[in-house]
Design a protein around this ligand. Sequence first.
Ligand code: F6R
Length: 590
Amino acid sequence: MCGIIGYCGEKSAAPIVLEGLKRLEYRGYDSAGIASLCDGRLLMKKDVGKIDEVNQKHNLGSLLGNTAIGHTRWATHGGVTQDNAHPHCDCKREIFVVHNGIIENHQPLRHRLERKYSFVSETDSEVIPHLIREFMDMGSSLEQAVCQAVKELRGSYAILAISASEPQKIVAARKDSPLVVGIGSGESFVASDVLSFLKHTNRVIFVEDGEIVSLNNDKVTIHDGEGRQIPREPQKVDWKWSGATKQGYEFFMRKEIMEQPWAMRCALMQDRGLIMEAAMDILRTRQVVLTGCGTSRHAALIGRYLFSKVGGKFSDVIMGSEFHHFSDSIHKDTLVIAVSQSGETADILEGVKKAKANGATILSIVNVVGSSLARLSDKVVYLNCGPEIGVAATKSFVSELVIFYLLAFAMINQLREGMRAIKSLSLLTRKNLNHNGAISPELAQGLKGKNDFYYIARGINFATAMEAALKAKEIAYVHAEGMPAGELKHGTLALIEQKTPVIAICPADYTFEETMSNVAEAKARGAFIIGVSDRNEESFDEWLKIPTVEEVFYPLVSIVPLQLLAYDLAVAKGLDPDKPRNLAKSVTVK
Ligand code: F6R
């Protein structure tokens, strides 16, 4: 889940790589480093800390040379230390490598290589420069050596390598970790994602598993593992660089919450034929299974209710990390709907690959164009919500919901009506944001000393409770549980004490009365009730008012005040909501 970027061109490389690393920081921020090639010499600086901290200490951008590679780390193997930070090098310091992924067979490789070379880090990644060294010592070029080295690796990797003996060249390889090349004029880029170099070019080539790429200024060649050249034309991505900037907001998360009305309208920009076809697939296929992780799984849970409530079709949701364990029951009569903002979540990719191998059809709901999941799928519906940088998913969640609404309405041949309804909901969402945005900071101040939060709801609203709890956990570092309100009395009620916050998502819909009985049970044990509803009730100690909408649309409006509350809790506690500890946005390891 680290971020890597390389630049090769006529400009000074390190400042470009440094700027790219800042864009990749959402992928990991334990430590960072850059290596550059200057007049046949390799230079390197790296340390522990967020990129700005490492840069302040070492002035990373001052490294000379027109070729450089950089890394921002999310530790997996080996603690957060300077030695474990990337780039890693061979013993002669003539080959530098950055790596994203996990080398599963690093131990046997290390035992073998340690007979010849000394290791300085505890990482799995350090075997790579030593392996490349071994092959180059036998007469291979850098490109040949990378190709030979990756044949020995098991696990996942996106690798960039530079060598003092081959100036103006970066060699890259990938398997199960994202890698994309950018073609500029007289310069080229290679990185974990497009955002890191989008300011310079939007002409890109997505690297496939098993391919080896050589970059030399604007000359980019791609070979397969047997050395055969693969012709590939660049394609254009239409994300804007401005979408990846804070535009005056203090944090990306705030900006992304506030732009949800816009995101909802962008998610409506779909090829209607594609949505109708996908809806027909859902109706016709014997078995429909939805999968996703974290926030995307919560969107899928709401999707399941919509398919049933609106379209009359039963489906099931299996969480991404468990999905591959069900592969025995996935076959050619299965439609898998895989939901992922990044399209790079390793848990999803693993399950989807197995399902595909068993003959299932794959429909994906994805934000990142050209991502691994999109390329694996038979049909792709894009969210179109632009880059989401904050680690906590917000606008991608509402965009995923919009796609589920479109599919559900298309199932009953009411796609146009569904689109119209969501368009007007986007206006209500603006009002919802303004109203709750004004009251949530004060509520958060009052709650910032609390450590346990319980979110309850029923029916179509229950996944909103799970999603709201996840937001609070990940950015405000509180223990938060989201659950169906009816489950409270089956155990969790034992944890309710005087003033324990219980957040009840109870819009005035078919779930209202039953949820209110559970509110009464919690209140009787002293809970502090925060009601999320369009109807105020005496039992509420605080009321987060939401607009009245048609029953099926409540998830879209009730998540808004709870995203704001999680954000304001984090800010009230002095935390950085964009970069929560131990987490990364794109989870490319299993
Ligand atoms: C929560 C969050 C994560 C992601 C999860 C799946 O705010 O961001 O739980 O939702 O890692 O990521 P994607 O959707 O990229 O597959």
